[in-house]
Write a protein that binds this ligand. Structure first.
Ligand SMILES: [Zn+2]
Length: 275
């Protein structure tokens, strides 16, 4: 059994605010990296107990280079560094049996810990009219590749978001959000035990969890923060700027076109300053 594990940072056990996740300015960032590595090791242990024979871990936060490889479980290989065409899901293909998303967070506008969608420029993102955050976007990418997302870890808000999209998905709730930058956290040992147990159960149950599908062509529609971002993004060939809104849409032929175009859109929007 081949298992793909994508690891973001905002939903990691014990992490509540930007001091843990910002590599440049975060006073707790080095602790955050240890917490992140601890959560992913717990998932790897659960996967091995369920019979995984090959595990690829994709570091998926910021510069995609946070996990402490010197502390990583020796049974997994680590995809680290940037850029990658398919970012948080790069390396996933149809040979994998299941995907697990560790340390994920709620989408922009939901009162989860450190909630956002990809970067600060996106207010809402839709695939074929369905609002998606990072979880939903990556789950559609996996689904169209034929791989079910069987488990997510993070706060109570991302657990709800994931369960609404994928019936039967396993969740390990490691903290309960009390605001965007505070949470009631499980002790790390307890959180990791929960992750290990749910990872094992989710892989035992993987055959019963359906890949999240979407009809092709895929309509990607992104609502940006302001018109300047939308105008800049609409220089990408094939995009449509919906004048009078801050939305830009694009018809993607498949999940690969979808992912690369989304990245191009947010990277371009990120070059526009508000004032
Ligand atoms: Zn992140």
């Amino acid at each position: 059994m081949k298992v793909f594990i994508s690891v973001d940072m905002e939903g990691i056990s014990g992490i509540v605010d930007p001091s843990y996740i910002n590599p440049d300015t975060g006073s707790n960032y080095q602790r955050g990296r240890m917490f992140m590595t601890g959560d992913v090791n717990a998932a790897i242990e659960g996967a091995l107990e369920a019979g995984a024979t090959e595990i690829v871990v994709a570091d998926s936060h910021h510069h995609l280079n946070n996990i402490l490889i010197e502390e990583l479980h020796p049974s997994a290989s680590l995809l680290a560094g940037t850029p990658r065409d398919y970012s948080m899901m790069h390396g996933l293909d149809e040979t994998f049996d299941a995907a697990i998303l560790i340390g994920y967070h709620a989408r922009h506008g939901v009162p989860g810990v450190l909630s956002h969608t990809m970067s600060g420029v996106i207010k809402n993102m839709y695939i074929n009219g369905q609002v998606v955050g990072e979880f939903g976007f990556n789950a559609v990418f996996a689904g169209l590749t034929g791989v079910p997302v069987v488990m997510v870890t993070g706060d109570d808000q991302i657990a709800d978001e994931a369960s609404a999209l994928i019936p039967g998905i396993h969740t390990a709730i490691v903290k309960t959000a009390t605001s965007r930058t505070s949470a009631l956290c499980l002790p790390l040992a307890k959180a990791r035990e929960t992750i290990r147990e749910q990872a094992k159960l989710s892989l035992h149950n993987a055959k019963n969890i359906q890949p999240l599908l979407a009809q092709k062509p895929l309509e990607l529609r992104i609502e940006f923060s302001h018109t300047g971002e939308a105008e800049m993004v609409s220089i990408i060939p094939g995009t449509t700027y919906h004048v009078g809104t801050t939305e830009v849409s694009y018809m993607a032929r498949d999940q690969y076109d979808l992912y690369k175009t989304m990245r191009a859109m947010i990277n371009l929007a990120g070059t526009v300053s508000f004032f």
